[in-house]
Write a protein that binds this ligand. Structure first.
Ligand SMILES: Nc1ncnc2c1ncn2[C@@H]1O[C@H](COP(=O)(O)OP(=O)(O)OP(=O)(O)O)[C@@H](O)[C@H]1O
Ligand SMILES: [Mg+2]
Length: 313
């Protein structure tokens, strides 16, 4: 081969290698993704490593037909699907406007990287993912009873009695405790988007935490000092210290867990825009009534007494 042709072929190969490193849409296995907070390499992936093609995702969901639609969130639609193996799954399809695609891609990678290393009966399992061209899908175990918020609002079919609410609260607490302990990946993890739509319920109402796209590893020594430039999460669940200072701690999840406990107690949403202007935020509403009545939660005899106090406000 003439020298000129050799140099040009070498340059072409070098350019394409450079492009592979800079273009986030070129598929590389999860081991090669550059994630700022990557877990220590010694932590093992338990599951979630199955890689699917776009064709497999289409086959599983009858081409994303409406009958298979389970719900829709900020990342995109979620469909019920059946894999070639016969396994029934939930498939989350990334559908974001172009200006949000880079954030979506990062959330997708964090979710796959973190969730595939976690294993606990109160965390939803990731079965695999699809990164085919620009298409992104996350494939999870299917949770027959959907999300907790729908049941509290009466959308779900089952009326949740107190024992069931307690079971769900305990399950979610166990899932969070596992995330916060170092037993998961060797470093505590803060979820950052704990809320009632991210608590999913299995066929026997076992609670499982989902959505790890905003999760953040908190190494020792960073736990007191880590300050984020952007506050991420969901309105109604933000810990006031985090929103006022950007200081993210494991306690931000504990605060959000407290908000979910209030939802379990009252059956109301953390933020409900159908309420009057002063009653849209559940925490503020509860704080207001407990102050104005001169008592705190512990003094409510039961759920009905708390609801009555809220309605008399
Ligand atoms: N593994 C699953 N099994 C069954 N249903 C699921 C599963 N994952 C999600 N869903 C359903 O799809 C809905 C949408 O989920 P998604 O996580 O995209 O949004 P969200 O958590 O409701 O809201 P947001 O994305 O705005 O935070 C959920 O509320 C739930 O009802
Ligand atoms: Mg969710």
């Amino acid at each position: 081969m003439p020298f000129g042709a050799l140099v040009s072929a070498w340059n072409k190969r070098r350019r394409s290698r450079f492009q592979e490193h800079t273009d986030p849409w070129i598929y590389k296995p999860v081991e090669y993704w550059q994630i700022e907070d990557q877990a220590p390499h010694r932590t093992k992936r338990h599951h979630g490593s199955s890689v699917f093609t776009l064709k497999e995702m289409e086959e599983a969901t009858c081409s994303f037909c409406d009958e298979n639609l389970l719900g829709k969130g900020g990342f995109g639609r979620v469909y019920k699907g059946t894999l070639r193996s016969g396994e029934v799954v939930a498939i989350k399809k990334m559908e974001l406007p172009p200006f949000k695609e880079a954030d979506g891609e990062l959330e997708f990678r964090v979710e796959v990287d973190i969730l595939s290393r976690l294993e606990h009966q109160n965390l939803v399992s990731l079965i695999g993912y699809c990164a085919d061209g620009k298409h992104r899908f996350l494939v999870y175990e299917y949770m027959q009873n959907g999300n907790l918020q729908d049941h509290l609002n009466g959308i779900g079919e089952t009326k949740m009695d107190w024992l069931l609410r307690l079971k769900v609260a305990l399950g979610a607490a166990r899932g969070l405790a596992y995330l916060h302990s170092s037993s998961a990946v060797g470093i505590p993890i803060v979820h950052r988007d704990f809320k009632s739509t991210n608590v999913l319920l299995s066929s026997n109402f076992e609670a499982k935490i989902s959505d790890f796209g905003l999760a953040k590893m908190m190494p020792e020594g960073q736990q007191e000092t880590y300050v984020t430039a952007r506050v991420l999460g969901t309105f109604g669940y933000f810990d006031p210290e985090y929103t006022s200072t950007g200081k993210l701690t494991l306690q931000s999840d504990v605060y959000a867990f407290g908000v979910v406990l209030l939802e379990l107690l009252t059956g109301r949403r953390a933020v409900d825009l159908n309420q009057g202007p002063n009653d849209q935020n559940l925490v503020l509403q509860v704080v207001k009534i407990s102050h104005s009545n001169g008592f705190w939660f512990s003094s409510f005899k039961d759920h009905d007494e708390l609801i009555l106090a809220m309605e008399n406000e």
